[in-house]
Structure formats: C-alpha cells, structure tokens
Write a protein that binds this ligand. Structure first.
Ligand code: TRP
Length: 340
C-alpha cells in the first residue's frame, strides 16, 4: 500500500504583543496580573514584549532614572524566565517605526475620540501643570505599537481596554480607507492572575505611582515585604472570608495568597477559618518572599552582565524592526508617499 504523507500546512502561530512602561519598578500586581503569564505563552504564540519607554515621557522623567529603570525592566523580564530566543524583547525607542507610525495614525484619529479617554482625564487632572500633546495622543502611540506587528492578541489589564478599543477603531478606519493594512487585534485576558489591589486602599488597583506602603515592588527585600504586609489594611470584624465588596483588604490578601500558591481563594479561606489576620498575613508574607527571592537572585545576575543585556536588546530591536518596517512601508505606500 502506498503511503500518503500528509504534510501539515505551515500555520503561522498567532502573534502576541504587549508593552510595559519602565516607570518605576514593577509591582507584585504587575507580576501576578501580567508578567508571569507572559512566560506561559512563549511556547504557543509568537510573542513580542516591548519596554514602552516612549510612553513614559508623557509625564516628566528623570533621565538617569529612566535609563536605569529601563535596563532593570529588561533584566526583570529575563529574571522571571522569559526566553529571549522565543520572545522578542525590545525597547520601543530602538524601533523608530513606532514614532513614525504614531504620526501617521494621529492623522486618522479624532480629537473627540481622544478626549473621551478616561485615562487622559485622570492623568491630566493629576499632572495639571503638564498636559502635553503626547499625553493626549498616547493611545495613538499604543495603537501603532500593536498594529505595527499585526498582533492578533494583546494581553492587557482592564485599565487598558479603552485604549485597545480605540486601536481597533483606528485599524478599522485605516483598513476601510486603504484595504487590509492591519490585522484586527483582540484583547487577551488571562484566566489566571487575580487583580492585585493596593495594600492601603484595597478598593484601588495596586499601583507603583502610589505611596510606597501601598504596593510591593518585585525588588522589595524580605524586610520591606514583611513590613508592608503587616501594615496592610484589613477590617475590624476579624473573620477570614473572601468577600471583595465588604472585606476588600482581607480578600486582597487572600487573592494574593491564592495567586502565589495556586490554591483557590475559597479553599484558603476555609482552611484559615477561625484564625486571626496575623496568621493570614504571615502566610502571605512567606508566599511573597518565596516568590520574589529567586527572581531577585536571577535579576542581580543579569544586571551584572551588561554585555548580555545589550545583546538581548540589540537582537530584539533588529527582529522587531524587521516586522515593523514591513507594516509601516505598506501603509506609507497606500497613503501615497513616494517610496525611497
Ligand atoms: N499603555 C500600556 C500601559 O501603560 C503599556 C503599553 C504601551 C502597551 N504599548 C502597548 C500595552 C501595547 C499593550 C500593547 O500599561
């Protein structure tokens, strides 16, 4: 009998792009909600992770600090285990197509659309002395980030859904005018990964721009972790129960513990029923320290090897700009610019 060899069609894997701003050190919330999930995607998707340095200058940055935080963020991405061969890791500012694309897309975006962005309203209230045009058109830069790579999926937090919606609107508009230029991206909301809340105001998301005792940084040492968890806001009824609405502080601690141990919040609450908040806090402290210690050790090693970091970001920029250039020149041609 003749053997038929059925060759599997070479399916292009779905492409993922996400970005993280190097403004401050990432928090435990960034780690649980975003970064550690990236590791889980690297074998199934073509992933690009961008350090969104261009985005940070919508608010004033101290040059030396920005540079330091950017390098540290790269070292952290490696420290959490992202394989730089499987994932394209790069600095946004190294791929000049981002700035170019952002100009083009600015001309396909309406003032009205941008004015409706809740993050713009929040940030312009917070930085009233510096409501610059970049802050206003920030979602356009972000749309370009995504569209340049023809990304299918974009892992983002819920605070970015409005920006992703605008990105889709812009893509649809450009595609409507010029034919298929852009892949229509979709949000990727991971199944695991709780939303981590502020330790001091547990109804708000944990944020690195809040006062120091509100968040745990990925680089916080054991003493800082112990102190911050000990001081975390709870409530006065003394019962360990998962109830985010009425018991936001305790529920936040339970969900951090759950995210780090893999046990369900309800199971944890049950196993701790009758115990005091002190015990819950010490379990959280142990879990956090146990998670962060190996990451920090690896981070320190990467930070000690500048040549390696350089090789990672150089090759990342090269791989990224090859893809980005294809999309950029396609759009420029469609718009009517003379090719170089
Ligand atoms: N704006 C995102 C944030 O502040 C970061 C970001 C920039 C991003 N470009 C992106 C996220 C593209 C996803 C895709 O969190």
């Amino acid at each position: 009998m003749e053997q038929t060899l059925t060759q599997a069609a070479p399916v292009r894997r779905q492409r993922i792009l996400s970005g993280i701003q190097p403004s401050g050190t990432p928090t435990l919330g960034n780690y649980i909600g975003a970064m550690r999930n990236w590791k889980l995607l690297e074998d199934e998707y073509d992933c690009l992770y961008m350090i969104a340095d261009l985005h940070t200058i919508t608010v004033r940055q101290e040059p030396a600090k920005l540079r330091q935080q950017s390098i540290q963020l790269l070292a952290l991405l490696l420290a959490i285990g992202l394989d730089p061969d499987k994932n394209v890791l790069f600095f946004q500012s190294h791929v000049t197509q981002h700035a170019q694309m952002s100009w083009l897309l600015n001309c396909f975006t309406y003032m009205g659309e941008m004015s409706r962005m809740t993050q713009f309203k929040d940030k312009s209230a917070k930085h009233a002395d510096n409501v610059n045009c970049g802050l206003f058109t920030y979602p356009v830069l972000m749309a370009g980030d995504i569209l340049l790579y023809q990304a299918n999926l974009v892992p983002v937090g819920v605070d970015q859904t409005q920006h992703l919606e605008i990105c889709r609107d812009i893509a649809a508009r450009v595609n409507g005018l010029y034919g298929n230029v852009f892949t229509m991206p979709e949000g990727y909301y991971s199944k695991v990964g709780a939303r981590v809340m502020s330790l001091q105001e547990p109804t708000r998301k944990m944020s690195k721009s809040d006062p120091d005792d509100c968040f745990i940084s990925i680089l916080d040492g054991p003493d800082a972790v112990r102190r911050k968890v000990r001081r975390a806001v709870t409530d006065s009824d003394g019962e360990i129960r998962f109830d985010p609405e009425n018991k936001p502080g305790v529920s936040n601690l339970l969900s951090i513990l759950s995210a780090l141990t893999g046990e369900k919040v309800d199971a944890l609450a049950e196993s701790m029923a009758g115990k005091g908040y002190g015990e819950l806090k010490s379990a959280v402290t142990d879990a956090v320290i146990g998670t962060l210690e190996p990451i920090q050790a690896s981070f320190t090693q990467y930070m000690g090897d500048k040549a390696y970091l350089e090789s990672v970001y150089r090759s990342g920029a090269e791989r990224a700009s090859r893809i980005a250039e294809r999309t950029l020149s396609k759009l420029m041609k469609k718009i009517g610019f003379v090719g170089r």
